[in-house]
Write a protein that binds this ligand. Structure first.
Ligand code: HQG
Length: 167
């Protein structure tokens, strides 16, 4: 479902709207899955990656709450971040990040966690030793950097310059 809703909707015959939404019925057809399977994924997903709601036309729709590589406007409103946010990554990446700052790569934003434990889990996805960097989000916000919080609690920002990173 992440592939269909974040990265390659065309492979499943889907055309998300500007906000990244597709009709639930279209996703079921495109992925050849049942409604019960979809409900189980939406409810059981460890990160609550998918949101289902009623569109303005009364048609039920679904989208990924973050993590897209296709262009989408999630309609997120800038929010004041907590004082510190965290980024978990591998040791080599951490070296490079300490030198050049955090970059968003293929995603729309840099992804930050509100607690160390979650950041550690994100960083451990690739195997190997994990480094958790601390972001002085309050200072970034004071300096005019914008932060957004996705529907599933992931903090997003465009980039984190080196001066705001420790760890
Ligand atoms: C690294 C998962 C070298 C960065 C998770 C990361 C998250 C640099 C990788 C979400 C760098 C990008 C995002 C620099 C950044 N030099 N490496 N200057 N700047 N990096 O997957 O944060 O399962 O795009 O440390 O739970 O790991 O998709 O980002 O290792 O919320 O829902 O470049 O993905 O969520 O990798 O993970 P990613 P991420 P989902």
């Amino acid at each position: 479902m992440s592939l269909a809703l974040r990265h390659e909707p065309g492979r499943f015959g889907l055309t998300p709207d500007r906000g990244g939404w597709v009709p639930v019925a279209d996703l079921l057809r495109g992925m050849r899955m049942t409604r019960a399977e979809l409900d189980a994924v939406v409810a059981g997903n460890d990160k609550q990656r998918f949101a289902v709601d009623l569109g303005p036309d009364g048609v039920e729709r679904i989208r990924a709450s973050q993590g897209h590589s296709i262009p989408v406007d999630l309609g997120l409103v800038p929010q004041a971040p907590p004082e510190h946010l965290y980024h978990g990554t591998g040791r080599e990446a951490a070296e490079s990040i300490r030198a050049t700052g955090l970059h968003r790569g293929g995603r729309h934003h840099v992804h930050l966690s509100s607690d160390v434990e979650t950041a550690r889990r994100v960083g451990s996805r690739r195997g190997g030793p994990v480094v958790v960097l601390t972001v002085d989000a309050a200072a970034m916000a004071r300096d005019g950097h914008l932060f957004y919080c996705s529907a599933n609690g992931v903090w997003l920002t465009d980039a984190v310059p080196v001066g705001y990173l420790t760890g």
